[in-house]
Design a protein around this ligand. Structure first.
Ligand code: HEM
Length: 507
């Protein structure tokens, strides 16, 4: 009662008003639950139809969640700016986020708050410096491997129809492991070797099979771990029900996979001469700061979790969009051919200078942000600046512990912010200045994605290489691709994959 009174007084002081309540006639979100359970048969889209429906009349709403707690939900740039930046300390990831991820990544940058998060962020920041991202040797090799994996062309210059997503997942796993461990798992090369019987990086058939099996087991377990994490997030306060032998086994597999690299990094930190001539990795740098085996493992896995599938999903959407929009493909290709001499190295600076390339990526992430939904918990009684009252202009009071959900996906698709053509794929819109807080694929403020430049550089590099190599691409099934169905888990990916064929350039 005392807490409630205090909250009411604070609401009055700040001129707060209630946002629209979208709970509906039944308690505990029954209506929403019913629609969610019927998704497979109703043909509704979870984001556009179910979550989007909440925002029909207002950009900030409240509703009663399954667990009986009232949550606030917003797509308002001013509120996101407050939550992520100006009132950063008042909104945290919270205990629930910690528990949902804990079995896989322990306590690490991604699920920590307060002092431990600050410590982790300071530990990592130097690793994401421009110099480290500028080292594109591995990206170059991984792009070439992906092009090799796409395979040969027929007499008319077309490759076979193919699902490119598995190749993209290999690409991001190979570049991420090189960055993290200083050594790539080489999953693309292993898959090619296993398929074609060419040894490449391995000395014998058995060696290829064993390494391929190890890389595959890791990749499979990584998928299982993510599925369980999503299940825990969806279960809200009942997160602990998302557990089981399969989850535990998969977490053991991915943790075991990192053992060798952790040991190597600890050994190198103890006697630096061992690392002479070897590439400096994120793991090596971390091991100079802490030799705690569990912390090293947790932190590294959290970066892998944060970076691998997000980048792969973005690349998947890029390919789908380029295949569906030949006019953008052709324009981008001619700009790339003009700016990137195939005889010269592709550098970070050149990629950044290619404005249309960056505009294409921005537009892909606007329409398909790979982290479409997110949340924070109020660390104390506080307010968000807008969304209350009939005109939605008054502040809204937020109770300590209350969940504030936000969807950058829906914000990126608001007509009042982006114009009538909001749903059109139009990289040209980026020629104009876009207000910062209405576009947040990597969020913003002190907790902005650490890997933003890494991801954009990887994706830009691969796109340049593909455009140098191929002069056309088209979807295997136009009608299916145009549906742009989304898979929703820890990230949002093209559910029907990136099924395309490429035409080899003869120039
Ligand atoms: C297109 C690719 C990517 C997207 C869309 C993306 C998006 C995001 C978002 C939205 C967050 C904020 C999560 C939150 O606080 O609730 C985040 C955090 C983070 N991302 Fe990324 N990310 C991408 C790629 C990467 C890559 C490649 C790496 C590393 C190699 C990475 C490392 C991180 C880390 C470490 C955090 C946690 C930062 C912190 O809490 O201080 N991300 N990312």
């Amino acid at each position: 009662l005392v807490a409630k009174r205090r909250l009411q007084r604070s609401a009055q002081q700040h001129g707060c008003q209630e946002p629209e309540d979208v709970t509906g006639p039944f308690p505990y979100g029954v209506r929403r639950l019913r629609r969610m359970l019927a998704l497979a048969t109703s043909g509704e889209d979870f984001l556009d139809d179910i979550i989007g429906n909440d925002f029909k009349n207002a950009a900030t709403v409240k509703f009663t969640a399954f667990d009986g707690n009232t949550a606030i939900s917003t797509t308002e740039p001013a509120n996101l700016q407050a939550i992520l930046a100006t009132q950063f300390k008042e909104f945290v990831g919270g205990d629930r986020r910690y528990h949902c991820f804990e079995p896989a990544i322990g306590h690490s940058i991604f699920n920590a708050d307060g002092a431990f998060w600050e410590h982790s962020r300071a530990l990592f920041r130097p690793q994401f410096s421009r110099e480290n991202i500028n080292d594109l040797e591995m990206t170059h090799k991984a792009s070439d491997s992906l092009i090799t994996a796409i395979g040969s062309t027929d007499a008319n210059g077309w490759t076979a129809n193919q699902e490119v997503m598995p190749l993209i997942y290999n690409f991001t796993l190979d570049t991420a492991t090189d960055f993290l461990f200083g050594e790539t798992v080489g999953s693309q090369q292993l898959a090619i070797a296993a398929r074609t019987g060419r040894m490449g990086i391995c000395s014998s058939d058995g060696d290829v099979q064993a390494k391929e099996a190890e890389a595959q087991a890791f990749a499979r377990s990584f998928v299982v771990v993510q599925e369980y994490i999503v299940r825990r997030i969806r279960l809200q306060s009942l997160w602990w029900l998302g557990d089981g032998l399969e989850f535990r086994k998969a977490t053991r597999t991915i943790r075991k996979f990192t053992d060798r690299f952790v040991q190597l990094a600890i050994d190198t930190a103890a006697s630096p001469s061992k690392g002479e001539g070897k590439k400096q990795s994120l793991m090596n740098s971390l091991a100079t700061q802490t030799q705690d085996r569990k912390e090293l493992q947790d932190q590294i896995l959290s970066i892998l979790l944060a970076g691998r599938d997000t980048t792969a999903s973005m690349l998947g959407w890029c390919l789908v969009r380029l295949a569906l929009h030949p006019e953008v493909f052709n324009k981008l290709r001619s700009i790339v051919l003009e700016n990137f001499d195939p005889e010269e190295p592709i550098t970070f600076a050149k990629l950044k200078d290619c404005r249309y390339l960056q505009h294409v990526l921005n537009e892909v992430l606007r329409l398909h942000p790979t982290v479409p939904l997110n949340s924070r918990n109020a660390a104390k009684d506080t307010t968000i600046p807008v969304g209350g009252g009939p005109d939605q202009k008054s502040p809204v009071v937020v109770r300590k512990g209350q969940v504030v959900l936000f969807s950058v996906y829906l914000m990126h698709r608001r007509k009042d912010l982006w114009g009538e053509d909001v749903l059109d794929f139009k990289p040209e819109r980026w020629q104009q200045q876009i207000p910062a807080w209405q576009y947040l694929p990597f969020l913003g403020g002190p907790r902005i994605c650490l890997g933003q430049q890494f991801a954009l550089t990887e994706a830009s590099y691969l796109l340049v290489r593909l455009l140098q190599e191929f002069d056309a691409m088209e979807p295997v099934h136009w009608a299916e691709a145009q549906k742009l169905k989304k898979g929703l888990g820890v990230t949002m990916w093209p559910l029907d994959g990136a099924k395309v064929r490429f035409h080899k350039s003869t120039a």
